[in-house]
Structure formats: structure tokens, C-alpha cells
Design a protein around this ligand. Structure first.
Ligand SMILES: NC(=O)C1=CN([C@@H]2O[C@H](COP(=O)(O)OP(=O)(O)OC[C@H]3O[C@@H](n4cnc5c(N)ncnc54)[C@H](OP(=O)(O)O)[C@@H]3O)[C@@H](O)[C@H]2O)[C@H](O)CC1
Ligand SMILES: [K+]
Length: 472
């Protein structure tokens, strides 16, 4: 993006607006005070020089400390030359004397752990604002390369970066301000972003229409086991509460036990092979409440019948160490333990790990967590931070599986359904108040769906995520 912008508007013009946005964000949040701007050798340092100039122009006492001089002839050198104020040594003593320290040392160019000198200066600082990102947070992954207390504000440009959204970097950025610096939209499109914040508008969910009937809204079918009925019931309830037209449980010999549950469910006792002949029943959930043997008896049949299958829980344990067994399913929803047993530990780069897992099995992979990572086999990734700790309770994943099942049954593309399901689940968690039991989420799923539909409608087609997605 920067490269193409360099050939059109010019980096120096963008840098000028970036530095101005930093100064503006500081002036909006802090009373005038002694500011030290720490500048690195790259364009992040260039932004810092511009911010220093604007703060000084506004009458603030400002000093600049250089870690290393900017590359000659580049935009950062030009920005540095335009700052004619006070320069001091890059030292912990000077950082400790300042009321506010602006960290413009490294941004997008950070590619290794900063030196002890850099970290000593940052640790000596009392209050910190980051230009783009704290200089030890990897913008691509959120990995933290050194320890220090959190920042108060991070001012980034054009788009938030994965490092602002993903843990652990997220906890150190403080408030994230994303400034529009006039990056031309063709430069953004040229970069073909493949990572999105998960918001309505990235996908859209079908609304209720006057002509709807239960089959047009969609049928969700679940495979039930003999020993863990709770998980299947929670998934079925999540599917119903999020708007499925009909939810059926294939319970085989356990049918009588399941019939004691909610009256709105249809319980089947026919052999699975017979049920699979019904072409209206295209979406199946397999795994919640199933033992490995029960998965072995069901999942291969579902895949062979070309059903749209969401595999979770027991199905993921069944395929542990052999994820290729899941080829042919449409969506999997592992938590970190299940993911690790399937694909190995993801390491620091979650986006890369989940994306490669999706490519490996040819299915959408939704890695559940405080920020869920949802990857499509074609490489698109959504980061869902629309969530609540209220969701961290047993059974919550079963509810999520049910919600995604409903959206698949409504005809949404697989990745869109997984993204939208994560958002609805998060919205229900946010609405459910303090310490809700998992069943309490269901009462909020219908309103969550209506909210998502409403928000997607209100967003104009010029909304960042959408515009980028369409052009890409
Ligand atoms: N995206 C935009 O719209 C704009 C962003 N801007 C700002 O530009 C930076 C990115 O600038 P860039 O020059 O690419 O990179 P950095 O300034 O972050 O850093 C590059 C230099 O830092 C050295 N480096 C990296 N890590 C370390 C380290 N751990 N220790 C020492 N030195 C390090 C690197 O040195 P090399 O030896 O690796 O070459 C580089 O010299 C972005 O973050 C925004 O703030 C622009 O304003 C334009 C608009
Ligand atoms: K920085």
C-alpha cells in the first residue's frame, strides 16, 4: 500500500497527516505537558517528527530524541529536517523527566526484538502514546517481543493492524485511534487486504420475509449421542433461537430420551442413511455430545452424502493428529486445545496457523478464543473481537455451533456464516448481563440477529471493510 501511495500521493503527504493525527489525538486527551518524542530511523520516526512539530506549534514544550538518524533522502529525513525544535539524547533519564513520551521508534517495520537500550528508555517513561503500535508489538501477529506496562493510546493509520486486535498485543496498545490520512482507495485495493475485522457488513444475514416458511428459513439437523445429551440439546437450542426454520435431532436408539426435551424439536429414530435422503436437510452438525465411535458411525456418512457439515467437539477429538479425516466438512470450530490436537501448536502467528489449517482441510476453521480467528480455505481471515467473557462457560461452544448451523441452513456462504455466527454469539454474550448461564444466551440470539441485519443495512457500501472486500 505504501509503495503504491509513494507513486501517487507521496509518502511525505501521508506522513504529514499521520503526524498531525497523532498530535491531534494527544491534544484531545492530555493537558499541555512536557512531551518527549522518541524517533526511530524509519517512517514511524518520520511521523514522530511531524507530531513533534505540530505539538510545538500548539505551544507544548516538546523535545525529540533520535535512536538513529533517518535514511538520507527519504521522507523521514524530510520530516526530521522540518522539525527545528529541541533535540536531546535518547536516554532513560530524559524519558523519565517527560510527562508524556511518544513512541515513534518502530512501527510496521519492526522485525526483531528491540535492544535493551530501547526497552530501558520505554520502561523509564511514565505515560506512553504509540505512533502506530508500541515498538515491541508485532503488527502482523500481536506478538509481544519485550515486556513493559501498557500504553494509554495507540494512533494508527488507514486500518487497525492485527497486532491491535490480537492478544497479547491488544492488551498493551491502550485505546486504539485509527486515523484517516487520505490513503487513496485504489492503493488500499491494490494491497488486496485479506484480513478483516469481523463486523456486520463484512457479511449479511438473511432477514425474515413475509413469504418465509420453515424450509426457506432452513433446516438444521444434529447427530446425537447416547451419553452426552446436554451438548446436542444446547446446540439445537442455539440453532432454534437464532432463527432456524426447523431443528431435527437424529437420535437413533436414544430417541425416547431426547423426546423428553423441548417440544419444538423433531426427534428422528430412523437410521441415518435414510435421513440423509431428505434433500431439504442439507446442513448437519456433528460432534457436540458424540464419542469418537459415534463420530466414526456418522461423520463419514454425512460427508459421503455431500451434506454441509459443521464439525465440533467430539468430531475434532476423533480427528486429532489426523485432520485430513475432516476433509469434506464445511466448517470446524475448535478451541485452542482442539486446534492443537488437530494441527499442532499454532505458535505466535495465529492468523497464519489458522489460515494454513483451513487450506489443509479445505474447510472454514473458526478458532474460538477471546478474539476468534476465522479463516477460509482461500486465505480470507476475520478477527472477531465482538465478544464477552460471559461466553467463557461450558456449553457456549455448542450454542455457537447451533447458531452457525442456522446461518448455513439459511444459505449463507460457509465463511460468512462462521463469521456472522461468531458475531451473533458475541452480541448475545454482551446482552446477557453478568455471569449468565449458557442457556441464557438463547434469549438474546434473535435480537442479536436483528441487530446484525440492522447494522449491515445502515453501513453504506463505502464502509472500509466492505469496499475493500468487493474490490478485492
Ligand atoms: N501505512 C501508512 O499509511 C503510513 C505509514 N507510515 C508510518 O510508517 C511506518 C512504517 O515505516 P517503515 O519505515 O516501513 O518502518 P519503521 O519505521 O517501523 O521501522 C523501520 C526501521 O526500523 C529498523 N528496525 C526494525 N526493527 C528493529 C529493531 N528491533 N531494532 C533496531 N532497528 C529495527 C529497520 O532497520 P533494518 O536494519 O531492519 O533495516 C528500519 O530501519 C508505519 O508504522 C507508520 O508509522 C508513514 O507515515 C506513511 C503512511
Ligand atoms: K511506535
Amino acid at each position: 500500500m505504501d509503495e503504491m501511495a509513494g507513486r501517487s500521493v507521496g509518502i511525505i503527504a501521508l506522513m504529514e497527516r499521520a503526524g498531525w493525527a497523532v498530535a491531534r489525538a494527544i491534544r484531545a486527551r492530555f493537558a499541555p505537558c512536557r512531551v518527549l518524542v522518541l524517533c526511530g530511523p524509519g517512517n514511524n520516526g518520520g511521523d514522530g517528527h511531524v507530531a513533534a512539530r505540530y505539538l510545538e506549534r500548539a505551544g507544548w514544550p516538546v523535545q525529540v530524541a533520535l535512536l538513529a538518524p533517518p535514511r538520507e533522502g527519504g521522507p523521514a529525513a524530510e520530516a526530521a529536517a522540518r522539525f527545528s525544535g529541541r533535540r536531546v539524547e535518547f536516554s532513560a533519564e530524559n524519558a523519565a523527566r517527560a510527562d508524556l513520551v511518544v513512541d515513534a521508534i518502530f512501527g510496521a517495520g519492526l522485525d526483531r526484538a528491540p535492544s535493551d537500550t530501547v526497552m530501558a528508555v520505554l520502561r523509564a517513561s511514565r505515560r506512553l502514546v504509540a505512533v502506530d503500535l508500541p515498538s515491541f508489538v508485532n503488527g502482523l501477529t500481536g506478538a509481544v517481543l519485550a515486556e513493559r506496562p501498557p500504553y494509554e493510546v495507540s494512533v494508527t493509520f488507514v486500518r487497525p493492524k492485527p497486532g491491535h486486535v490480537l492478544y497479547p498485543g491488544r492488551t498493551l496498545c491502550g485505546e486504539v485511534v485509527c486515523a484517516d490520512i487520505g490513503m487513496p482507495s485504489d492503493c488500499i485495493a491494490h494491497a488486496q487486504p485479506r484480513i478483516f475485522l469481523n463486523r456486520p457488513g463484512l457479511w449479511s444475514i438473511p432477514a425474515m420475509t413475509a413469504q418465509d416458511h420453515k424450509y426457506s428459513r432452513g433446516v438444521v439437523s444434529l447427530c446425537a449421542g447416547r451419553v452426552m445429551p446436554g451438548a446436542t440439546r444446547l446446540a439445537a437450542a442455539g440453532a432454534r433461537a437464532s432463527g432456524a426454520g426447523l431443528v431435527r435431532i437424529s437420535a437413533g436408539v436414544s430417541a425416547e430420551a431426547y423426546r423428553l426435551g423441548a417440544p419444538g424439536l423433531v426427534i428422528d429414530d430412523a437410521p441415518l442413511e435414510a435421513l440423509l435422503e431428505d434433500t431439504r436437510r442439507n446442513v448437519w452438525l456433528c460432534g457436540p455430545g458424540l464419542t469418537p465411535d459415534e463420530v466414526e458411525d456418522t461423520l463419514p456418512l454425512l460427508v459421503a452424502s455431500k451434506k454441509c457439515v459443521l464439525a465440533d467437539a467430539g468430531a475434532l477429538g476423533w480427528a486429532a493428529g489426523a485432520p485430513e479425516k475432516l476433509r469434506g466438512v464445511s466448517v470446524i470450530t475448535p478451541h485452542i486445545g482442539e486446534f492443537t490436537r488437530l494441527f499442532g501448536a499454532p505458535g505466535d502467528d495465529l492468523v497464519c496457523a489458522v489460515r494454513s489449517a483451513a487450506g489443509r482441510i479445505g474447510a472454514v476453521v473458526l478458532l474460538k478464543g477471546a478474539v476468534s480467528v476465522i479463516a477460509a480455505p482461500d486465505g480470507r481471515v476475520a478477527l472477531n473481537d465482538h465478544a464477552s467473557p460471559a461466553l467463557a462457560t461450558a456449553g457456549s461452544g455448542d450454542t455457537l455451533a447451533g447458531v452457525i448451523g442456522t446461518l448455513l441452513a439459511a444459505g449463507m456462504p460457509h465463511w460468512d456464516a462462521a463469521c456472522a455466527g461468531a458475531w451473533l454469539h458475541g452480541e448475545a454474550g454482551l446482552r446477557a448481563g453478568n455471569w449468565p448461564i449458557v442457556e441464557a444466551l438463547d434469549a438474546h440470539l434473535g435480537d442479536a440477529r436483528a441487530e446484525a441485519i440492522d447494522q449491515a443495512r445502515r453501513l453504506s457500501c463505502e464502509t472500509d471493510n466492505l469496499a475493500v472486500k468487493r474490490r478485492a
